[in-house]
Design a protein around this ligand. Structure first.
Ligand code: HEC
Length: 156
């Protein structure tokens, strides 16, 4: 009986360590190496990289469309473009790819998507182009901060 319990605790201990290690690897650390240019390179398959870069080009297109909407003072158009790159984009991400992203990267990404949603909401509620421009400039700060720290590299 005594021995059995020792075994139970032993197995539980190993499981706890295993779960903690997996949590660290898949949730906090992600799949990364230090890149030659000093940034953190996230290792992805070619398909995953194409998917991420495609989304990125979508973000830039939305920024372009919002800027054009600000120029002509069309807050509804700004809201529509911002919503298209809001949290809707982040909802259907592949869990296997998400596991490769470091926690900090995921937080930055979600923050950017959420910021687009709140830009859309404020554009509709306040119809104030200066406010939208200010929010866009804050979002652009998030784009440049993430690009300064991360890049994508192909898995071997
Ligand atoms: C959470 C991090 C993160 C955020 C936030 C982010 N990006 Fe990126 N973006 C990346 C990474 C990583 C790459 C790949 C860079 C590399 O490999 O050199 C990239 C690449 C790009 C590219 C190049 C796409 C291509 O086809 O090569 C564009 C354009 C881009 N991002 C636009 C944006 C814009 C606009 C925003 C803000 C609205 C933004 N990104 C926000 C991480 C981010």
């Amino acid at each position: 009986m005594k021995n059995n319990c020792k075994l139970c605790w032993g197995i539980s201990g190993i499981l706890v360590i295993l779960v903690a290690t997996m949590g660290y690897l898949f949730i906090i650390r992600g799949s990364v190496i230090v890149s030659q240019d000093g940034r953190t390179a996230i290792l992805m398959s070619e398909n995953e990289r194409n998917h991420v870069l495609g989304e990125m080009r979508g973000l830039l297109e939305a920024v372009q469309a919002i800027t054009a909407a600000i120029v002509v003072d069309d807050m509804e158009a700004a809201a529509v473009s911002a919503t298209s790159v809001g949290m809707v984009l982040a909802k259907n991400e592949d869990p296997a790819m998400m596991a490769k992203l470091p926690l900090e990267f995921k937080k930055n990404g979600f923050a950017a998507h959420t910021a687009f949603d709140s830009l859309a909401q404020n554009a509709r509620d306040f119809q104030d182009r200066e406010m939208v421009l200010e929010e866009l400039s804050v979002i652009l700060g998030a784009c440049t901060a993430c690009h300064a720290g991360y890049r994508v590299a192909l898995e071997e």
